[in-house]
Write a protein that binds this ligand. Structure first.
Ligand SMILES: Nc1nc2c(ncn2[C@@H]2O[C@H](COP(=O)(O)OP(=O)(O)OP(=O)(O)O)[C@@H](O)[C@H]2O)c(=O)[nH]1
Ligand SMILES: [Mg+2]
Length: 204
């Protein structure tokens, strides 16, 4: 809806009352592609809070950032507060406000506000570092936010069979598990659709 008061040349945009607005949390361990996913999906310029990782922080930042087991040797920045983006599902008139959580557990205090009143969550995981996702899944479950798990497609990560992944992550049978490439908007959209389907199926 557009509101243009005659006294002002500026156009003021008001929310369309026919649209439903929903808060969605995008969570995951360090470097699994949360910021990338929100950047791929957002129809507005996304808000990022990236800070450069320095050698001073090397002891507390994930060792994978420095060419260790995580293999993220080319990653130079990390999210220190949040990401924010917006995606509208046109057929549903559903506006998804996407809040990306920081991936490092030392920023966990920020989760209280980020997860507050989230209707659902995407938990991104890297199959190379499944164990890094456990605290994230616990944090989402503690807040009783329904979620889907999206396995981000890194070339160096093992391609485990779905059942093996579900077992390793100890997923409830009803929790959807989907594959994705966080750089690809179509792939990310499939994750959002899986989440919306999951939320609708459990909304009664
Ligand atoms: N090959 C591949 N690379 C990816 C994919 N998604 C993200 N990346 C790369 O992985 C790195 C980490 O991505 P980020 O989006 O910063 O990860 P993050 O989860 O936001 O990281 P933190 O906020 O630090 O926890 C970046 O260099 C991305 O370009 C993917 O699907 N495939
Ligand atoms: Mg990030």
């Amino acid at each position: 809806m557009v509101y243009a008061p005659s006294s002002s040349p500026e156009t003021v945009y008001l929310p369309d009352p026919a649209q439903t607005m929903v808060k969605i949390l995008v969570a995951g361990a360090f470097g699994v592609g949360k910021t990338t996913m929100i950047g791929s999906l957002s129809e507005i310029p996304p808000l990022h809070t990236e800070e450069v990782m320095t050698t001073v922080g090397a002891l507390v930042d994930d060792p994978g950032a420095h060419g260790g087991p995580g293999g993220l040797g080319d990653k130079t920045t990390t999210t220190v507060a949040m990401d924010f983006g917006r995606y509208t599902l046109p057929t549903e008139d559903l506006v998804l406000y996407l809040f990306g959580a920081p991936g490092q557990e030392r920023f966990r205090a920020l989760w209280e506000d980020l997860a507050h009143q989230s209707l659902g969550a995407v938990v991104l995981v890297d199959s190379l570092r499944l164990e890094d996702s456990f605290w994230v899944m616990s944090a989402v479950e503690e807040r009783r936010v329904p979620y889907v798990v999206a396995v981000n497609n890194f070339p160096r990560s093992p391609d485990y069979p779905v059942e093996q992944l579900r077992q390793a992550l100890d997923l409830a049978p009803s929790t959807p598990l989907v594959a994705c490439d966080a750089r690809d908007p179509t792939s990310c959209l499939r994750v959002l659709i899986a989440l919306v389907d999951h939320l609708l199926a459990h909304s009664t």
